[in-house]
Ligand binder design. Structure first.
Ligand code: SAH
Length: 347
């Protein structure tokens, strides 16, 4: 175990079987060692800075039926909403005042957001805030669509791969969705010059240690600019309502491993991590994460964007969310900075 961790910290690469061993045989000592290496390498690149992204949840309509997600089309209890272009732009204005320099527009796959509509919103935000990055997280679209949105000014795209095992992918998604298309989208986004984010849920139903090892190998090979991992949390109105949540312990362990696989990667301590534990996001940062993504959505819609149960930060105003995270980060010796927070390439 000790020599595997040394190997990872120095070569940033392991074989799939070695990743599997690292996860299957983890203990407090290996977690501590990985965490220490991860924090050290992150400090060398990013100091004590934590980057912040303003998350705007633009629609809860979705044409997909992912088995884990509360927004799935089969969920008749989900309250559907979509923000108007003006509302989305107003969120970015408010966020700008609060010091955000990256806006993430996320939503279900809602046919209302055609290329023209979404592209118009991206253009408007970039025109008003030219020093900001716009990140999209709107699911699978055509290459032409990604290309058009890139031309409109979108800088980054988050599309979690969800699992790097085709068999596992099929257990989390309906038959009409495919692992191959998900991967194709990720490669197209990269070719089009986006900064790309992949990622997966920790502890999703049917996930094995081997699956996680494959996820890690995929991340090693794909070298995403961003990687979103957070615990799976059941949603009461989905087929997976009775499955347990992923754990804080394993999520933090994997955050450390991913930091060592690709030291400059932008790695968020996710809202899901803050949902399963009151200090989950702090633990994530202390394990190697360097990004937080507070909610900038209008308070009135936050509860409706329910990917999973008991999501935090659904009652506060954006300014309160920002203030709360500033304090949380300061308490553990980190500082949220006002910057676009691009990945630093030179290590
Ligand atoms: N429609 C977009 C955005 C999906 S929501 C897309 O397809 O990319 C963003 C992420 O939330 C998903 O990629 C998934 O990994 C995560 N998510 C969905 N349901 C979840 C749940 N029950 N628990 C934890 N994370 C979940």
């Amino acid at each position: 175990m000790y020599s595997l961790i040394q190997k990872l910290a120095t070569t940033h690469s392991l074989m799939v079987d070695e990743y599997e061993f690292l996860v299957a045989n983890r203990n407090d000592d290996s977690a501590k060692l990985l965490r220490n290496y991860a924090v050290k390498v992150r400090r060398e690149i990013y100091g004590q800075d934590v980057f912040v992204r303003g998350l705007i949840e633009i629609s809860s309509f979705c044409r997909n039926d992912c088995l884990y997600c509360g927004l799935r089309r089969s969920n008749s209890h989900c309250e559907r909403y979509r923000l108007t272009p003006d509302e989305i732009i107003a969120c970015s204005d408010e966020g700008y005042e609060l010091g955000f320099r990256t806006f993430v527009l996320q939503g279900g796959e809602d046919s209302y957001f055609t290329d023209d509509v979404l592209g118009g919103i991206v253009r408007a935000i970039k025109a008003r805030h030219s020093d900001c990055a716009v990140t999209l997280s709107m699911g699978e679209r055509s290459r032409e669509s990604y290309e058009f949105l890139r031309v409109c000014g979108a800088d980054r795209y988050l599309l979690r791969h969800e699992t790097a095992s085709p068999e596992h992918y099929a257990k989390l998604h309906p038959p009409e969705m495919s692992y191959d298309n998900r991967m194709k989208c990720l490669h197209e986004l990269r070719e089009l010059g986006y900064a790309v984010g992949c990622g997966f849920m920790v502890g999703s139903p049917y996930q094995t240690v081997k699956d996680i090892a494959r996820d890690l190998k995929f991340i090693e090979e794909f070298r995403p600019e961003m990687c979103g991992i957070g615990p799976f949390i059941p949603h009461k109105d989905t087929p997976f309502h009775d499955y347990p949540s992923g754990t804080l312990e394993l999520t933090c362990y994997l955050l450390s491993v991913i930091r060592l696989i690709y030291p400059p990667v932008l790695l968020p301590a996710t809202t899901a991590l803050g949902t399963i534990n009151p200090v989950g996001r702090e633990m994530g940062i202390m394990s190697g994460a360097n990004v937080v993504m507070p909610n900038l959505s209008p308070v009135g819609v936050r509860k409706k964007y329910a990917l999973y149960d008991n999501k935090i930060c659904t009652g506060e105003e954006s300014a309160q969310c920002r203030e709360c995270l500033n304090n949380r980060m300061r308490k553990i010796g980190y500082e949220i900075v006002t910057s676009r927070g691009d990945m630093k390439r030179a290590v």
